[in-house]
Design a protein around this ligand. Structure first.
Ligand code: NAI
Ligand code: MG
Length: 470
């Protein structure tokens, strides 16, 4: 009986999802679907910033509740749109998006200033944090809903209005979210969605004189071009960019946990993760053993239709990405790496762009696959002889987003946590995220921290006030 009810609900959700997809959506401006962009109320934004923090908080929380009510639907939209395994969408990213909204709803009432004991004379000096204004949020296709929410939550809590541009490959869940924003009762124009290609819609948003701040997640190359444009009018920017994250497995690690953690670290979401652990350094004494287990793990992974609950890895997002990843696999072969698992496509899995989980050994530090972000299910596994060497090689990347360490030695753990050049270090874990924990990069992985209260800094300006008491 329970099963029948569950199946019935599942079917209803699928019908709703298909209904949503079959309608035309285009842009969402001022609470309406429109075919061209002329909405101006995001640029007024006064109603929203003047609303009491508690009223803002209540609306953000209400949006989170609506997202929770439509969780299955939002999960299916992401899964259909970009190939995310449905289990990951249902139990990972979509609940995380709801939690994130709730966490940020709480902050709306807690954005405080300071009183400053100045010595310049008899003055009362205090600060206030004011919303930066109109935020242009540009997001990638790898976690469509979650990336939108990471920007929206903090921006809305801070009192900003937002023009959100989803990636052209995967706009569906964000468009559905825009409808939920209206249903939650937000004033029109607080959250707007502009769809389109990067060089057109994205670039126009960045160049728009009314946009005070650009919050970007995507490739380092596009991040740099956005900074150049934003520089002309000194628009604020924050950047969450690419990575080439190292994962270090020490000889004293719990090997079973380390292998499954490192494999999750690279293959989660088909490797289409900014923080994918794409360089694995293994202590030489356990290297052969680890490599064999990694090969087995990769070969056992269930790759297939993302809507099938048993699927562990879906197809990559697009033909462009498929060709890019296959190009990296070719480069590894040409440059002399040896294939341990995968290395080929999987046409029998269905009509998507399927690539087998791929593990390479005999990779040197100068090979293309150990330097460039692949953004696909391909990992380089390399031996190391001592910790200093592992650290130096881990840090010899232009990127610095995340890093993983597997060891049972507390001194090694703290030493590497202190010295790895990365915005996040996981010890005996990988791909753990929480709304309260700051997230962002060192070096060319970007700057600014999304998540945690640090995210509010991206969407507020500090104003200092002097009152002459003389
Ligand atoms: P991309 O950086 O071109 O796209 C990300 C977002 O930026 C999309 O919404 C896109 O429409 C927009 N965009 C593109 N060009 C723009 C421009 N000139 N001005 C304003 N907005 C623009 O990423 P793409 O081409 O989808 O993927 C290429 C590579 O980038 C991937 O293989 C991966 O290495 C990296 N990437 C990294 C991501 C991350 O989370 N760190 C996310 C997506 C891609
Ligand atoms: Mg691009």
């Amino acid at each position: 009986m329970a099963e029948a009810i569950f199946l019935e609900q599942q079917l209803q959700t699928e019908t709703r999802v298909q209904g949503f997809i079959s309608r035309s959506h285009q842009h969402y401006i001022d609470g309406n679907w429109v075919s061209s962009v002329s909405g101006k109320s995001a640029f007024r934004g006064k109603d929203w910033r003047q609303m009491s923090p508690q009223a803002r908080s209540t609306l953000i929380w209400r949006l989170a509740d609506l997202m929770a009510d439509h969780l299955e639907e939002l999960a299916q939209l992401d899964s259909i749109d970009m190939g995310m395994p449905i289990r990951q969408a249902q139990y990972g990213t979509t609940p995380m998006a709801v939690d994130h909204m709730r966490y940020m709803a709480g902050w709306a009432t807690k954005i405080e200033g300071e009183t400053i004991p100045v010595s310049a004379g008899n003055f009362f000096n205090y600060t206030v944090r004011q919303p930066v204004g109109v935020v242009g949020a540009i997001i990638p296709w790898n976690f469509p809903l979650l990336m939108a929410v990471w920007k929206l939550g903090a921006a809305l809590a801070a009192g900003c209005t937002v023009v959100l541009k989803p990636a052209e490959q995967s706009p569906l869940s964000v468009l559905r979210l825009a409808e939920l924003v209206t249903e939650a009762g937000f004033p029109p124009g607080v959250v707007n969605v502009v769809t389109g290609y990067g060089p057109e819609a994205g670039a126009a948003l960045v160049a728009h004189p009314g946009v005070n701040k650009v919050s970007f997640t995507g490739s380092t190359e596009v991040g740099k071009s956005i900074m150049r444009t934003a520089a002309d009018r000194m628009a604020r920017v924050s950047m969450e960019l690419g990575g080439k994250s190292p994962n270090i497995i020490c000889a004293d690690a719990n090997l079973k946990r380390a292998i499954s953690g490192a494999m999750l670290g690279i293959f989660m979401n088909q490797g289409e993760v900014c923080s994918a652990g794409s360089r694995i350094y293994v202590a030489r004494e356990i290297y052969d053993q680890a490599l064999e287990q990694m090969g087995d793990y990769a070969n056992r992974m269930r790759v297939g239709n993302p809507l099938d609950p048993k699927t562990q890895m879906g197809p990559v997002v697009s033909e462009e990405q498929y060709q890019r990843v296959l190009g990296y696999i070719d480069s590894a072969r040409r440059e002399g790496a040896s294939l341990v698992a995968g290395g080929e496509t999987l046409p029998e899995a269905g009509s998507g762009f399927y690539i087998k989980p791929t593990v390479f050994a005999n990779v040197t530090d100068t090979m293309t696959i150990s330097r460039e972000e692949i953004f696909g299910p391909v990992v380089a596994v390399m031996p190391f002889d001592d910790l200093e060497e592992a650290l130096e090689r881990a840090n010899s990347s232009e990127y610095g987003l995340a890093a993983g360490v597997w060891t049972e030695n507390v001194r090694t753990a703290h030493y590497l946590a202190q010295n790895l050049e990365a915005g996040t270090v996981w010890i005996n874990a990988y791909h753990i995220y929480d709304a309260a924990a700051p997230w962002g990069g060192f070096k060319q992985s970007g700057f600014g921290r999304e998540m945690g209260h640090h995210a509010l800094e991206l969407y507020t300006e500090i104003k200092d006030v002097w009152i002459n008491l003389q």
